[in-house]
Design a protein around this ligand. Structure first.
Ligand SMILES: Nc1ncnc2c1ncn2[C@@H]1O[C@H](COP(=O)(O)OP(=O)(O)OP(=O)(O)O)[C@@H](O)[C@H]1O
Ligand SMILES: N[C@@H](CCO)C(=O)O
Length: 321
C-alpha cells in the first residue's frame, strides 16, 4: 500500500468556559487554522516550518513550535522516530486571544502525525494525548470533534472493588440555532498561563454551588434557546471575577453589549476575547455596541458574529505511488 507523504489538517477555533463551565465546556467556532505536513526524504533529520496569515511573524519556527512538539509527541507515544518534515501553517485563529490557538496547534500536530504514521491511534487515543498536552479538555475536545462539548473525567469498570477515575466522558451539548456567538477580539494578547495565575486555589461552597447550578441551567438554555435561562446561566464565580481586571474596558463593553440586547457576555477561554451570546436578530446591534465602546476605551477590536463549527478537525492526505 502506498504510504501517506502529505497531510493537510484544518482545525477550528474554540471558545472555552462559556461563563460557568470553567475547564469543562467549549464550542468550536467557524474560524480555522490549517496545517500541512510533508514528509521529507532527507538523509539527515530535517525540520522546515513556514507560517502565513495574520501575525505569522509571532509564531516560533524552531523545534519548540507547538505544532512540531505535538507531532513529535505522537511519534514518541508509538515509540517511533519522527520523520523529517516540512510544516506549513496558515493562521486564521488569532494567537493568545482566548480562541484556542494552542488547541489548534496541538490537534493539528497530533492528527497530522497520526495520519503520516499510518493511523496507529484511534480518534479517542489522539484526544487523550491532546487533553494531556493542553492540560484541560475544554478547547481540544471541540477542536477535534466540533460542536459544543462537555468533558468530565470517567470511571473505569473494575471486575471487583471501587471504580477508579479513568479517561474522559465527552458529551455533545445541543446549541439552539437562534443563539449566535459574537466574538470581540481586542488587539492585545493575554497568555493562558498568566490568566490562570490570578485564580485562587480554593473556593467557597457557595461559589461551587453557584457555578454547578448555572452550568446545568446553561446546558438546558443552549439546547432550548430559552432566553431567561441563558440570561441567568451566563454567570460565573470561578474565573471571571479574578480575570476581568486583566482586560481593560471589560465592564464598559459588557454593559454596552447587555444594553444592546445580548443575553450575556463572558470571557472567551482565558481571554482577552469577550464572547457575547446573542439572539440572531440582535447580532448587528450588539456588534456595533461592542465595537464603539471598545474604541471609546482606546482599544482596537475585531467584532464578528460566528457560527458553531459542527465538524471539528478535518484532514486530507496525498500518497506517493
Ligand atoms: N499555529 C500555531 N503554531 C504554533 N504555536 C502556536 C500556534 N498557535 C498557538 N501557538 C502557541 O500557543 C500560544 C498561545 O496559547 P495560549 O494558551 O496562551 O492562548 P490560546 O490558546 O490562544 O487561548 P485560550 O487557551 O485561552 O483559548 C502561542 O503563544 C504559541 O506559543
Ligand atoms: N479553561 C481554560 C481555557 C483556556 O485554555 C482557562 O480558562 O484557563
Amino acid at each position: 500500500m502506498p504510504s501517506v507523504s502529505c497531510v493537510t489538517v484544518t482545525v477550528p477555533a474554540t471558545t472555552a468556559n462559556l461563563g460557568p463551565g470553567f475547564d469543562c465546556i467549549g464550542a468550536a467556532l467557524t474560524l480555522y487554522n490549517q496545517f500541512k505536513f510533508t514528509r521529507l526524504d532527507s538523509a539527515k533529520p530535517e525540520l522546515k516550518i513556514t507560517v502565513t496569515g495574520a501575525e505569522a511573524e509571532r509564531v516560533n519556527t524552531s523545534a519548540d513550535n507547538l505544532v512540531y512538539q505535538s507531532f513529535v509527541k505522537l511519534y514518541q507515544h508509538i515509540s517511533e522516530t519522527p520523520p523529517s518534515v516540512e510544516i506549513e501553517i496558515d493562521l486564521g485563529v488569532p494567537l493568545a486571544r482566548g480562541l484556542g490557538s494552542s488547541a489548534t496547534a496541538i490537534a493539528g500536530g497530533l492528527v497530522g502525525a497520526n495520519l503520516l504514521a499510518g493511523s496507529p491511534l484511534s480518534q479517542a487515543e489522539v484526544m487523550e494525548l491532546a487533553i494531556a498536552m493542553e492540560g484541560h479538555p475544554d478547547n481540544v475536545v471541540p477542536a477535534l470533534l466540533g460542536g459544543c462539548r462537555l468533558a468530565a473525567t470517567g470511571l473505569n469498570e473494575p471486575q471487583r472493588g471501587e471504580p477508579r477515575e479513568e479517561g474522559w466522558e465527552i458529551c455533545e451539548v445541543p446549541w439552539h440555532s437562534d443563539i449566535v456567538p459574537v466574538v470581540a477580539i481586542p488587539d492585545f494578547e493575554l497568555s493562558t498561563s498568566e490568566a490562570r495565575r490570578v485564580l485562587p486555589n480554593q473556593y467557597s461552597r457557595a461559589d461551587a454551588i453557584f457555578n454547578t447550578a448555572h452550568l446545568g441551567l446553561l446546558l438546558r438554555g443552549l439546547e432550548t434557546g430559552r432566553e431567561d435561562w441563558l440570561r441567568a446561566a451566563l454567570q460565573d464565580r470561578i474565573h471571571q471575577p479574578y480575570r476581568k481586571a486583566l482586560i481593560p474596558g471589560y465592564d464598559a463593553v459588557r454593559e454596552a453589549a447587555m444594553a444592546a440586547g445580548a443575553l450575556g457576555m463572558v470571557i472567551s477561554g482565558a481571554g482577552p476575547t469577550l464572547l457575547a451570546v446573542v439572539r440572531r436578530d440582535l447580532c448587528v446591534s450588539v456588534e456595533e455596541a461592542i465595537a464603539t465602546t471598545w474604541q471609546q476605551e482606546g482599544i482596537k477590536a475585531q467584532v464578528r458574529s460566528l457560527s458553531i463549527d459542527l465538524h471539528g478537525a478535518s484532514s486530507s492526505t496525498e500518497a506517493l505511488p
